[in-house]
Design a protein around this ligand. Sequence first.
Ligand SMILES: [Zn+2]
Length: 202
Amino acid sequence: MKFCSDCGAPVEERIPADDNRLRHVCAGCGVVHYVNPKAVVGCLVEHEDGLLLCRRAIEPKPGLWTVPAGYLEVDESAASGAVRETLEEACARVEVVAPYAHFDLPHIGQHYVLFRARMLTPDYGVGPESSEVRVFGLDELPWDEFAFPVMNVALELYREDRRTSRPRVHHGVLRWSGIGSRYDRRNYELEGHMGLFVDERD
Ligand SMILES: [Zn+2]
């Protein structure tokens, strides 16, 4: 941020009084522009015993696969945002079945909220941000071609849950080692993982 969105004056980086972090502070009106983590919301769409995945057509990481997901908008709930992203990226109308995972990614100021979802009709297609959309069986997931390591982590846990037929909801911090590519799963650990079993009889 270079200029104040309130008054247009230049913004400087400094630690305000009674604070302990560098902030964007307006040199004109003095307002502090806080930068806080963003929420990314998405769906694990369960279909024909597999998952619906999108091959990205846009930066970052075009050509690689992801579950339908994107930034949460103001005025949306996390679940409705995840449903919207699925419609936009995979042209699929879905309903949320259950919460699935919450992952913090502190090194990039994001947190992911993922849901399990099912298709309301068996139709899907290629949205403008995708180049291909298809259902992958759990034994053929493209592990080496996921756009973001958070997808590897989410789907590793999902595959394990399906293998044991014991669904869980997950929480954890996806901690980057600080060395090597931020796009390489091997440079991450899932810290403080909690996987709570879900009773689906309700
Ligand atoms: Zn200002």
